[in-house]
Design a protein around this ligand. Structure first.
Ligand code: ATP
Ligand code: MG
Length: 440
C-alpha cells in the first residue's frame, strides 16, 4: 500500500477524504457562493474516510428547498416535502437536502413529519449511525463530527447516534441497517447498539417488506453474507421477516453462504432453502423482483432431481434441458455451496460431456421446422415437432452433426422412425381438447 492509501484508510489521518468529483463540488460551491452552508454528508463521507469508493455525493444545506430549486438550472423535486431536491450537475445527480429534524415516529416506519432547521448539529443528530453523521466541507477542509464517527470508524464499530434502543424504536429498519453496514463495510456492531436490536423487534416487524428487501439484498451481496445472516439469526431479525425459518439450520445456511459465489440469486436461494415449500411465498412476501425470485425458486426445485441418474451424454443433456441451460451455472453453484451429495460428480460429468454447451433445444438446431417440411415435402403437423426432437437427440449423441447437411442426411431415417412410433403412440390430445361445454 502506498503511504497515501494508508492515510485514506486511517480515519485518524490528517488528510481529508479523497477528492469528490467536480460536478459534486460545483453544487457545494454554488450553494456556498450564494451565502448558504453546504456540506457533503452520510455515505460518501464515511466511504471516503474508509478509503472506499463513494456512491452518492449527498449534500446537506441550510438553504430551503425553494432556494435550492432557484439556484440550479436542472433540478428534479425528488422529495420536496422532505426537503430533498436532486440537482443534476453536469449529468451527475446530487441529492441536496435541507437541514431537518424528524417529528416523532408513531408508527416505527416513517417520521410523522419533518421540520427544517437552521442547525447542522440538529440534522446530524437525526442520522442513524455515528459514521453516517459526519459532515465534510472539502473547500474549508472541515469535518464536522459531533458524534465520534471517526473514532468509531477507527475502532471499526457501527454505533447508533444517541441511545440505540430509542433510535431503533423510532425507525425499526435501523436495526437491520446496523447489520447491513457491518456486513458490507466489514465492521462490528458496538455492544449497546447490538443489544438494542432484540428490544426493538416489535417495531421492526412493522417495517415495509420493500425496505427490508433492499437492506437484505445488500447483506446477501456483501463479502460477509454468512456473517450477516448469522447476525440476523441471533438477533431475532431473521425470524421477524422469515417467521418459518428453522434456526437449527442457521449455521449450515451461513456456511453455505460463505462458500457461495457472488450471484444474488444463488445466495437468496441458499437463504430460503430451509423454508422448503414455504420459500416461494416468502420471496414474494419480501417483494423480490419476479425474475430474481423465479431464479431462486427454480434452483430450489432442482433439489428433487436425481443427480446420480444422469450418466450418459443424452441423459446429461436432458437434465441440462430440464434445469434450463441459462440456469445451469447458478444451479451448479447453489448445490456446490450446499454440498448436495452427487452434484459435484454431476458437474464433472456435464463438463466432461460438454453438455453445458448447446445445442440444448430444437431452436438451436441448424435446421428449423420450415426447412424440415421443405426437405420432406410434407405439410405442417405435430410430426414435425417430434422429428426436430429426434434430430436433437441424434445431435446430442453426435455433436458434430449439427450442420444443415448432416441433419438433412439424417432426415429420411429419422422421419421414418417418428412416423412408425407415432402409429403405436396413444392419442392423448383428442380427448383432452373436447371439453367445450364444461358449464360455468
Ligand atoms: P449507501 O452507501 O449504502 O447508500 P448511505 O449511508 O448513503 O449508504 P442511505 O440509505 O443512502 O445510506 O442514506 C443516506 C444517509 O441518510 C445515511 O448516511 C444516514 O445519514 C441517513 N439515513 C438514511 N436512512 C436513515 C434512517 N433510517 N434513519 C436515520 N438516518 C438515515
Ligand atoms: Mg446512499
Amino acid at each position: 500500500m502506498t503511504p497515501s492509501g494508508r492515510e485514506a484508510n486511517d480515519p485518524h489521518g490528517e488528510s481529508s477524504p479523497a477528492v469528490p468529483p467536480a460536478p459534486a463540488l460545483a453544487v457545494l460551491d454554488r450553494l456556498q457562493g450564494a451565502g448558504f452552508e453546504a456540506f457533503f454528508v452520510g455515505g460518501c463521507v464515511r466511504d471516503r474516510l474508509l478509503g472506499r469508493p463513494a456512491g452518492d455525493w449527498d449534500v446537506t444545506t441550510n438553504a430551503r428547498p425553494e432556494a435550492v430549486v432557484a439556484l440550479f438550472p436542472h433540478v428534479v423535486p425528488t422529495g420536496l416535502a422532505h426537503g430533498t431536491v436532486t440537482v443534476v450537475s453536469e449529468g451527475l445527480p446530487i441529492e441536496v437536502t435541507t437541514y431537518r429534524v424528524e417529528l416523532g415516529y408513531s408508527d416505527g416506519r416513517r417520521p410523522d413529519g419533518v421540520a427544517f432547521t437552521a442547525e447542522l448539529a440538529e440534522d446530524l443528530a437525526r442520522r442513524d449511525f455515528t459514521m453516517n453523521a459526519i459532515a465534510w466541507d472539502p473547500r474549508r477542509d472541515l469535518l464536522v463530527d459531533l458524534h465520534g464517527g471517526r473514532d468509531d470508524l477507527a475502532a471499526r464499530a457501527v454505533r447508533a447516534v444517541g441511545r440505540p434502543v430509542d433510535r431503533f424504536r423510532e425507525d425499526g429498519l435501523r436495526a437491520l441497517r446496523a447489520v447491513r453496514f457491518a456486513a458490507v463495510l466489514d465492521l462490528e456492531i458496538e455492544t449497546e447498539t447490538w443489544s438494542a436490536i432484540p428490544l426493538s423487534l416489535d417495531v421492526f416487524r412493522r417495517v415495509s417488506a420493500e425496505r427490508i428487501q433492499v437492506e437484505l439484498s445488500k447483506i446477501l451481496t456483501s463479502s460477509r453474507a454468512g456473517w450477516g445472516v448469522e447476525r440476523l439469526g441471533t438477533s431475532g431479525l431473521l425470524t421477524a421477516f422469515l417467521p418459518s425459518f428453522p434456526l437449527a439450520s442457521l449455521a449450515g445456511t451461513c456456511r453455505a453462504l460463505d462458500r457461495a459465489g457472488p450471484s444474488l440469486a444463488v445466495r437468496l436461494a441458499l437463504l430460503v432453502s430451509p423454508l422448503g415449500e414455504a420459500a416461494p411465498a416468502a420471496l414474494e412476501g419480501l417483494r423480490f423482483a419476479t425474475r430474481l425470485a423465479g431464479a431462486a425458486t427454480a434452483m430450489l426445485r432442482t433439489s428433487s432431481l436425481e443427480p446420480g441418474a444422469a450418466t450418459e451424454p443424452v441423459a446429461l443433456r436432458r437434465l441440462v434441458a430440464t434445469i434450463g441451460p441459462d440456469r445451469l451455472a447458478d444451479t451448479l453453484a447453489f448445490h456446490a455451496a450446499l454440498e448436495t451429495p452427487g452434484w459435484a460428480a454431476l458437474r464433472g460429468r456435464i463438463e466432461a460431456a460438454g453438455a453445458d454447451v448447446g445445442p440444448h433445444t430444437v431452436r438451436d438446431l441448424a435446421l428449423d421446422g420450415r426447412a424440415v417440411m421443405g426437405l420432406l415435402g410434407v405439410p405442417p403437423s405435430p410430426v414435425i415437432g417430434r422429428v426436430l426432437e429426434a434430430l436433437l437427440v441424434r445431435v446430442w449423441q453426435t455433436p458434430t452433426g449439427n450442420t444443415p447437411e448432416t441433419l438433412a442426411a439424417w432426415l429420411p431415417a429419422v422421419y421414418a422412425e417418428v412416423v412408425a412410433s407415432a402409429g403405436s403412440a396413444p392419442s392423448v390430445r383428442r380427448g383432452a381438447q373436447s371439453g367445450e361445454d364444461d358449464g360455468r
